[in-house]
Ligand binder design. Structure first.
Ligand code: ATP
Ligand code: MG
Length: 439
């Protein structure tokens, strides 16, 4: 992509109403624009990041056997009346009336609708277990939308729903999601800590929030220092079809204390002593077992293996896809701007032509641009007639992992400069060597 033909409205000064660093940087780097309170337009650069994150989420859901579908944003209120949730949900639900005077709503979540859809199409225990998911916009009329996309009113969520014959089966589905979540966040360069969360009236231990540590986080969190160690997706490799291995994995990952404010355990913390850490955190995902909370009111029953009717049990599993864009920036930035982890970067390389008026420079930059594109490398080519300093500042702000700089002095000597945004390391090398390194 040539920057001269792109739409990237970057600004020097952060808008006054942005409080946290990710919100400021998202506005400055031209990722989003607010269109109403808590509602955002995703500009081209932000949209690319959102799609990258969405794709990682999708791949890890698919890998664990969840099945993708797509439900509408607008729901009939009847789905919610049937589960008894329509009145209970409260003012966060955006309620709409159509021209026939029918009650509709903009979905804040999909348990009610999907349980009804699944019930109507399932005939026996052979239709279980299943995990279905979609990645769709949600609306919650949050009382205090803030922090940009982190607490929006309209936001993109991946929500999955499991249906199982019994609690033992549901635990397997839960464990699959648990492992998939750890891998998902690790692939984005994030360390998400699974923390025990509220289970509501169901009780039990099958509710975890996945929390990213950040000073701007909305919740206070407490955890064993072992969670400070860096981990990669490989550390979370486990065969999702091996039920025992999966349980062993989840047990290991929950062995060390980690809890949010609401679930603090004083005895456990006292035992930890100096190993206890305290921080603030951002919730990027939540997995939850709710038993027959929806199947029961919807009278969802199936003939089980021995012919007796069984009420399936389920759980729901959310990931805040659009919130993750902000959360990743909170976790990865410096004074100059965003530092995108490569797997979610909008482009891999920023190619900078230092002197558009220099023929040799322009020819070399054009040539590299064509070759990078041909090699399938995502490259943003700054071919604008601007000062070098301004180009560097823009590249640092938008945070692409690599900057490839073509200048007149280098061209004379047959070299280009490759800068690593994260480490600041600069290398002089031939254009061919740079290509090879990036392709
Ligand atoms: P929170 O406690 O932050 O209000 P929640 O518990 O209501 O979130 P869930 O219903 O568990 O959220 O939704 C699943 C995921 O969706 C959350 O883990 C979070 O990442 C994301 N999410 C929830 N509310 C918002 C919002 N207003 N803006 C952006 N993302 C959100
Ligand atoms: Mg939650």
């Amino acid at each position: 992509m040539r920057l001269s033909r792109y739409f990237l409205p970057v600004t020097k000064e952060p808008p006054a109403d942005a409080q946290i660093v990710s919100h400021k940087l998202m506005l400055r780097a031209g990722l989003v624009r607010q269109t109403s309170a808590g509602i955002y337009a995703w500009l081209p650069m932000g949209h690319r990041v959102l799609r990258k994150i969405e794709q990682i989420v999708r791949e890890e859901q698919d890998r664990t056997g969840a099945i993708e579908m797509l439900m509408p944003t607008i729901q009939s209120a009847d789905y919610w009346r049937d589960t008894g949730r329509y009145d209970a949900y409260g003012p966060e639900m955006l309620r709409i009336t159509d021209r026939q005077d029918r009650d509709l709503l903009y979905g804040p979540t999909n348990e009610d609708m999907l349980t009804a859809i699944f019930r109507n199409a399932s005939n026996s225990y052979r239709d279980l277990p299943r995990i279905l998911y979609h990645i769709q916009w949600k609306f919650r009329d949050e009382i205090r939308p803030r922090f940009g996309v982190m607490r929006g009113r309209e936001f993109l969520m991946k929500d999955a729903y499991s249906f199982d014959l019994d609690e033992a089966g549901a635990r397997v589905s839960y464990n699959r999601m648990f492992a998939a979540y750890l891998r998902t966040f690790a692939r984005m360069g994030l360390r998400a800590i699974p923390m025990q969360a509220d289970t509501g009236p169901i009780g039990g231990d099958l509710s975890h929030e996945f929390i990213i540590l950040a000073p701007s986080g909305e919740s206070e969190v407490f955890f064993h220092k072992s969670w400070e160690e860096a981990r990669s997706a490989e550390d979370y490799a486990v065969d999702a079809d091996d039920v025992e291995a999966l349980q062993t994995f989840v047990d290991a990952m929950t062995a060390d204390y980690a809890a949010t404010d609401e679930k603090r355990d004083e005895a456990a913390e006292a035992e930890l002593g100096d190993d206890l850490r305290r921080s603030r955190g951002i919730e990027v995902g939540h997995i939850f077992y709710f038993g027959d909370k929806y199947s029961k009111p919807l009278d969802f029953k199936l003939p089980g293996p021995d012919g007796d009717m069984v009420t399936p049990v389920g759980g729901s599993y959310g990931i805040g896809v659009s919130r993750l864009v902000g959360a990743i920036i909170e976790a990865s930035h410096d004074d100059d701007g965003i530092v995108w982890p490569e797997p979610v970067a909008p482009f891999k390389v920023g190619l900078i032509n230092m002197r558009v008026d220099d023929d040799a420079c322009a020819a070399a930059a054009d040539d590299l641009y064509a070759k990078l594109e041909a090699a399938g490398v995502e490259v943003l080519y700054d071919d604008r007639d601007e000062r070098g300093g301004a180009k560097f500042a823009t590249m640092d702000l938008i945070g692409l992992p690599w900057q490839l700089v073509i200048g007149p002095r280098g061209i004379k000597n047959g070299v280009v400069e490759l800068k690593n945004r994260a480490t600041g390391e600069r290398d002089e090398l031939s254009a061919e060597a740079a290509l090879e390194k990036l392709a």
